[in-house]
Write a protein that binds this ligand. Sequence first.
Ligand code: PEP
Ligand code: MN
Length: 353
Amino acid sequence: MIIITRPDITDAQLDHLRERIEAAGLHTHLSRGEHRTIVGCIGDEARLEELPLRSIPGVESILPILKPYKLASREFVVNRTVVRVGEHASIGGHDLTIIAGPCSVENRAMLMETAVAVRSSGATILRGGAFKPRSSPYSFQGLGREALELLAAVRAETRLPVVTEVLDTRDVDLVAEHADMLQVGARNMQNYALLAELGRVQRPILLKRGLSATISELLMAAEYIMANGNHQIVLCERGIRTFERATRNTLDVSAIPVLKRESHLPVIVDPSHAGGDAKLVAPLAYAAIAAGADGLIVEVHPNPEDALSDGDQSLDFKAFASMMSRIPAFAIAAERSFQAPSWREALVGAGIA
Ligand code: PEP
Ligand code: MN
């Protein structure tokens, strides 16, 4: 349940309220807005039956949360969450955020070249797989630790924060040391040991929807990470498996407004894995923005034909620049903005970008 407090509640009254709830064995979570503070209660609510909550000073009203997800639910916090990535980037504000880069980190030159190209088109976060969850054990599995070092080196040169996937609980600390954001791939969305471990790291998480996961299951995966202490989560719709074979997956556009209605967490879309075809990336990206997505994650490669993974769905630099040039119009139509962030101009001024 959540307790809505009166606008004039004092800090001492708030402390008292939380103490009473915690003494009954529940956890409390505080969310402060400009005008209101909400106290979320998690635990066995039956234990609060004896407590005359409405008579505690500062309490205005009490609302039950009937959904299985609590910390991830829209009611639980006053303001939408904005997730910061690295020093300069963020996801979930008024501006759209574009993450771009290769499916896999293949070598230093291609990563650097891609980072510079996507940055000049307006991307503010670099993606690149180090550990790859390939459907075949005979396919390229990623460069692992070497790729993490390349990502960190390219970040140092380009100032782009980096996101990369972590597949295994044993690699969480290693990946967190090198990356600014950790990705949970679609195949691992219900790996609860991994989710719990990610609750303990001080890095934002990019949580991709499982291939056949419902929206509620995606939110429960986010809840796992949050219940273990990490609230910095970005949800990602990347297409689901349906009977349709014309596309690699089916982009569930309706998941975007539903997730935004159900949760305060930012929602981004991966049009690359959804369509599985470079020609579908731009139209799916525009649809995602029109439907209210907070950003995109897009696969870009200097020469898709030679890519070691996901070449068919990767954009070359020209196609990426062309897609990016049309994004501001869709952003405006969706009452959002997309502009070169001021920090990029500062870098350009300093001769870095
Ligand atoms: C990826 O981002 O390269 C990837 C493997 O994504 P997903 O987990 O959505 O398939
Ligand atoms: Mn990929």
